[in-house]
Design a binder for this molecule. Structure first.
Ligand code: SAM
Ligand code: SF4
Length: 320
């Protein structure tokens, strides 16, 4: 369906857990308040919500979290989403720690693509930024994804005085493995502080000093707001998601389901529609609530206007 601004809403991010096996400084610095298992939706309820969502025109689902692979049964849930009539695509966002272990199951479940978050390829920096994680595990996850043949993208958040010097290395990773590497600007969500982030235009400028041939890549890479560049003689692309320095809201196509049953129309505002009260009702009742959420979508985010920002929760609680 279309929202009040004529945008076609066809994509839903589904957070299946708030929990995570890492503690990224900008996302979940001390671990979020643990949500009780009783407050987290069952897979059955999520499947009903996604079925209702497909009836209002959602055809693409992204399974996310927290870390989706820490919840038992994630590959089975992917299969359930794939089996909903009308589903065109199911993808997953993960930190990669458990990916090698689950890759075969995810492929068997019909997963269409995987996004893996990786901010640094230096083991000490990785341990620092993730609050103790092992780079080796995530790299093995990336290798397993590439080997499986599934479409693989890397999401990388660059911060001043931390990993700014690694942007060339990330481009080499894209070219070397023939995959997409996307630079995401830090947003003022949770512990995220955009002042610590780096503008994507600066990253592109720096990459072009080494690879002046980088040219806009107009081919469709996914469902999101990334803008891509490619090198004519290399495979793989470099994407930029410029949440702070490029407003992409006119092409926004998404809503978010939190693991506790809230539909969030926009990342920037706390406004949401609670589906819990209608979960024991009919699919049509859920559909009505989803429609309400789509019609609540604001025209634009307000990340650059601090007093107007109302979202105070962590990214892991919203379903980043
Ligand atoms: N655990 C999974 C992962 O790390 O990919 C999925 C959830 S995580 C919240 C999804 C993405 O959100 C990650 O790529 C992470 O870097 C990004 N993220 C978290 N907090 C952010 C912030 N304040 N600004 C921009 N991106 C953020
Ligand atoms: Fe966990 Fe992903 Fe947040 Fe890192 S970004 S703490 S991996 S949910």
């Amino acid at each position: 369906m279309k929202d009040r601004y004529g945008r076609k809403i066809e994509y839903m991010r589904v957070s299946i857990t708030d929990r995570c096996n890492l503690r990224c400084k900008y996302c979940m610095p001390d671990g979020c308040d643990k949500v009780s298992h009783n407050d987290i939706l069952s897979y059955e309820d999520m499947e009903r919500i996604c079925t209702a969502a497909s009836r209002i025109g959602i055809t693409k689902f992204k399974v996310t979290g927290g870390e989706p692979l820490v919840r038992v049964g994630c590959p089975d849930f992917v299969k359930r989403l794939k089996d909903i009539p009308g589903t065109e695509q199911v993808t997953l966002t993960t930190n990669g720690v458990e990916l090698e272990r689950y890759m075969d199951d995810l492929v068997a479940a019909g997963l269409d693509a995987v996004n893996i978050s990786l901010d640094t390829m230096d083991p000490d920096r990785f341990r620092y930024i993730t609050g103790g994680g092992s780079l080796e595990r995530t790299m093995s996850g990336i290798d397993a994804a590439v080997k499986s043949g599934i479409r693989t993208k890397i999401n990388c958040l660059i911060q001043k005085d931390f990993n700014e010097d690694e942007t060339d290395r990330f481009a080499e990773l894209a070219f070397g493995k023939g995959i997409d590497v996307r630079f995401i600007e830090m947003m003022p969500i949770g512990a995220g502080n955009p002042d610590l982030g780096v503008a994507n235009r600066q990253i592109l400028m720096k990459l072009r000093t080494r690879w002046p041939e980088l040219e806009p890549d107009e081919s469709v890479h996914g469902n999101g707001p990334a803008v891509y560049f490619r090198h004519p003689e290399k495979s793989g692309s470099i994407g930029f998601i410029s949440a702070m320095h490029g407003v992409f809201c006119s092409s926004c196509n998404r809503i978010r389901l939190t693991s506790q049953g809230l539909i969030k129309p926009c990342l920037c505002y706390e406004d949401s529609v609670d589906l819990k009260p209608v979960l024991s009702g009919t699919i049509e009742e859920i559909q009505e609530k989803l429609t309400e959420a789509v019609l609540m979508k604001p025209g634009q985010h307000c990340f650059n206007n601090a007093p107007k920002r109302s979202e105070r929760r962590m990214m892991s609680q919203i379903g980043g």
